[in-house]
Design a protein around this ligand. Sequence first.
Ligand code: PMP
Length: 396
Amino acid sequence: MFEVLPHLAPDPILGLSAAFREDTNPNKIDLGVGVYKDEQGNTPILSSVAKAQKVLLDKETSKTYITPQGNQGFIDGMLSLLLGKNSPVLLADRVAAVQAPGGCGALRILSELLVRCNENGKVWVSDPTWANHIPLIGSAGLKIETYPYFDKASASIRFDAMMETLRKTEKGDIVLLHGCCHNPTGADLTNAQWDEVLEVAKEREFLPFIDVAYLGFGEGLDEDAYGMRLLVENLPEVIVAASCSKNFGLYRERVGLAAIITEDSATRKIAQGQIQSIARGIYSMPPSYGGALVDIILADEALNNEWVSEVNEMRDRMKSLRAMLVQNLHDNGSPKDFSFVNDQKGMFSFLCITPEQVREVREKHSVYFVDSSRVNIAGINQENVETLAKALVSVL
Ligand code: PMP
């Protein structure tokens, strides 16, 4: 039966990781897959998470199924974290939400919900966007269009062109926005630009679909929520897909949240039933473990404080790596001004070099990152930064 199926090309990022593993160059550098790494190149379990695991080990008395919506403590904690403790939409009982298997799971079930609302639904995504958005949203059956977002030549956001396209959207269209730390470019809207997006959303009546996978990695947990909270508090309907993979370092545990902000409390009940029935039809209920850890951390003041300082530490480290890279490129005679890297946010940056240059730096210097020129900033460290800067300068 299966012979009728075509061979698929391997995922470019996973292929890159395999090539990196096979490379015998002792000075090889991996800036590919998006996981946070410390100075030693490891992705350790956060200390707050390690402590929560001990608490959970003592506390958990059963492995029976959890409810289809997931752990309610996790959901409440995450909604306060994302929307703010006293968010008016929470007080007004306007938020339906389920725990989901990762940000990917959240994106997918929300896409399924959108298809149930309108099987001809259209989602506008930024050009470029995270590659996996396309299959996650497209497989649910939604049509995908792009709005201009980033200009490689000037290494900046094409805000006017973006707004021009958003002004052409139709009522009921869906616009996917990265809550913060845009993947792949690292270029985020300013607060003033978010204010303008709100105005066009009101005018055109599109539905914002906010993907927030790096909260806390840009400027801070509250600062990074500015755009999301602005839209949530000022529009009748918004949907949010959140991931705990990066900021809690819970990648393999698959923890995320799908939230639907509805016009009123009655509609919230409809949305809650629908999203649970979608989850039931795909995976029944989410995995328990990671959500239970996040619940423990967010509910305990000391653990929460420790987690916040760990997020701050990861963010500060990535900011200093950006500065270090820019300085080293300059010191090694780069003909290109890379100072824009300092203004970008989160774990990724577009270096804005050509695919040919990316391939050359990989082949000649064993520096691995995707052809788009997206680099994982957390893959840089004190030891490899000079080698990296020299390799980059040599291909410019
Ligand atoms: N959205 C974006 C923009 C991402 O970069 C990621 C992770 N790479 C996700 C969502 C989903 O992450 P996960 O499913 O691992 O939680």
